[in-house]
Structures are given as C-alpha cells and as structure tokens.
Design a protein around this ligand. Structure first.
Ligand code: PHE
Length: 370
C-alpha cells in the first residue's frame, strides 16, 4: 500500500511538472547586457519586462522569458541565439540591438527557422534575404534621409563632417545614406573614420574642423559620440552635432556632460510625445517603476514583446513557422512607439522623432513621417 502511494505521488509530481512546462511558452531574449553597449540591452530588457508584467500569458499559457547576454560581442551574438534555440527550445527570440550583432544572430535563427524580432536594428541588411528575421523599427535609408533633410532645412547646414564607426554595419550604412541625401540636397561632406572602443579622436577632429563644418554628423553609438563631442568642444567647436538612434543612452550625458548640449539625433520615440495610447500607458508604468522617463529602446523592447505575443495569438499556435508568418502579417498594431505594420520583407514603416539634448535632457524637437 505504502509503495503504491509512493508511486502515485511520484507520478503525480512528475505529471504536474510535465504539464507545467507544457503550459509555458518560451521566448528567448538576446541582448547586450554587459560590455561596450550594455546600456542598450538593459533599456530594451526594462521594456520587455514591463510588457511581460502587463501581459504574462498567451494562448492560456504562461510566457517564460529566457535572457541571454551577448556581451556586446558579434561572435557571442551568434552563440546566444544558437543556445536559446538548441538548449532552451525557445519558439521565438526578441533581439538583438546593434545591427552587426543582429546580422550574426539572425543568420543562426534563419537556419533554424525560429523567428527573431529585433527592437532596434536599423541596417537594411539585417532582414534582407531572410524569412525569419523581422523588426519593429524603421530602417536606415529613412533615418539617414530624415537627418539629411533636417541638417539642410532646419540647421541650414551646407557643409557636414561625417564620422563613421567602421567596426559597425549600422554606422557604415547610416553614414552612406546621410551623405547620399545631404549631397543630393546640395551639401558638401568631409568624411572621417574611427572604430568602436577608440578614445582619442583629436586627429580626425582637427582635420574635420579645419574645413569649418556647419554640423558634425556622427553615425555611431553613445560611448564614442560622448567622448568625441567632448573633444570637439575642447578644440573650440561650438556648432551642432547630429547623430542617429545610437546616440541615446543616459551615458551619453553622463560621459559627455555639457559638451553634448546641442546634439540632435533621429530616434523612434520621445516619452513626452508618445504616438499612441499604449505609449502613454507604457510611459506611466515605466515612470512609476524607475522614476525616470523611458528611452526609445525601452519602448521598442516593449513593442517587440507585444508584437511577438500578438503573433502567437493570431497564429493560435506555438509553431515557430506559424508565429513567423503572423509576425510578418502584423497590421496597424498599437505599440508604444506607434502603429506597427510589418511587411513581407520583415521591416516596419514608422515615423521618426528628432530629439535634442538641451540642458542635459533628451528633448523633443519634431516628428517626421515616412
Ligand atoms: N539602430 C541601431 C543599430 O542598428 C541600434 C539602436 C537603436 C541603438 C536605437 C540605440 C537606439 O545598430
């Protein structure tokens, strides 16, 4: 009798464990949580966590998030995607941030047939020729265009010094798109190059400033932009800086101090001007939790979770191929950063926001529609 009871008990425990794990939907999250651009990963994850708290279940099952840190490294970016798929058995992945990393991780997801949804990778190549890699953000031909038009029309710039981080696909692409449209509009450019991790930009800045540029365009990420702005001010440059979405992180201001006042950048979101009701709700939740305003990346992270969940719901299944098809037929979905429609090419078409650093605050300037 004792033995039968024991067997029954073990069976019961086994069964409940089994049905519990059957009752969760595993979603992987691949982000740079440490390393050079750790601030990006941390902000995206804050947004994902808030979305998960608001919407913890799908198809009657609990969502289980599995976070993997790519350490801001390209090789790790591929490794973590492979681990999430092969070890953890996720049905979809949210991430990554830097385009170079999403290109590396996306190749692995593509091969495995697991949908990967990037919050913020804007380089066109990230989704090009891929069936399983999509994004909730606009792409760099548009971002570069917006910056070029803003430089010409609003900043009245005729000459621009353009700084490109040659280690980042994002920066190389964005600089090209900016240069193309800025010169098409009659502007002249002087090109300068650097690499992620560089600390001293005095040689390139001295050369650039010898041309007396009306604006300095920097298409890289916040660690180098902050240092470069500081050094440009030390060399006597008082004009505006213009950058892409990669500028926005609290560290830009922490490192750059007053030097980054007068820096404009193209972005996806401004917490003072949310484009939707969901955006307002997100800002309220975020501010209650963190006592500061959410960045574009937090809002984009929030949106990836929502779009993934909505896709699983519409697919009515956790089959990765079906989820993927649903992601790519997302239409007018209300996210925090706007209404999201994802085409068959995996790209979203959305408005851009221009912000400026004023008195060390990210300040809304304008919204530009595609
Ligand atoms: N757009 C950048 C890239 O593709 C990533 C990024 C987006 C960083 C938004 C910060 C904010 O690499």
């Amino acid at each position: 009798m004792k033995k039968i009871c024991f067997v029954l008990l073990v069976g019961l425990i086994f069964f409940s464990v089994l049905s519990f794990s059957e009752g969760t939907v595993k979603i992987g999250v691949a982000l740079p949580m440490t390393g050079g651009i750790a601030s990006f990963g941390q902000m995206v994850y804050q947004g994902i966590e808030i979305a998960n708290q608001m919407f913890p279940t799908v198809l009657g099952m609990k969502v289980e998030l599995i976070l993997a840190d790519n350490r801001s490294d390209k090789t790790e970016a591929a490794n973590v995607v492979s681990r999430l798929i092969n070890l953890n058995g996720v049905v979809g992945i949210l991430g990554e941030v830097a385009s170079s990393n999403t290109l590396a991780g996306g190749a692995v997801a593509e091969k495995a047939g697991i949908p990967l949804l990037s919050p913020a990778s804007t380089n066109p190549l990230v989704t090009q020729g891929k069936k399983f890699v999509s994004r909730v953000c606009f792409i760099d031909p548009f971002q570069g265009h917006v910056a070029a038009i803003f430089a010409l029309n609003n900043l009245k710039a005729k000459t621009a010094a353009v700084f490109t981080d040659v280690a980042q696909d994002y920066s190389v692409g964005l600089s090209n798109f900016f240069v193309k449209d800025f010169t098409a509009g009659g502007g002249t450019v002087y090109k300068e190059y650097y690499q992620s991790g560089d600390q001293d930009f005095s040689a390139q800045l001295t050369d650039a400033l010898s041309h007396n540029p009306d604006v300095i365009y920097i298409s890289g990420y916040y660690p180098e932009i902050a240092l470069m702005a500081k050094q440009a001010r030390q060399l006597g440059y008082t004009g505006p800086f213009l950058a892409g979405d990669g500028a926005e992180a609290p560290e830009l201001i922490k490192i750059g101090g007053s030097a980054v006042n007068g820096l404009y950048y193209t972005s996806h979101f401004n917490a003072d001007h949310p484009a939707t009701k969901m955006g307002q709700e997100f800002v309220a939740k975020y501010e209650a939790l963190y006592h500061t305003s959410p960045s574009a990346l937090a809002a984009l992270g929030f949106d990836t979770y929502l779009v993934m969940l909505n896709a699983i719901e519409r697919a009515g299944s956790t089959d990765p191929a079906k989820i993927n098809a649903a992601i790519r037929s997302t239409k007018n979905f209300e996210g925090a950063t706007g209404y999201i429609t994802i085409g068959d090419d995996g790209n979203a078409v959305k408005s851009a926001v221009i912000n400026e650093v004023v008195n060390s605050q990210f300040t809304y300037v304008t919204t530009i529609n595609p």
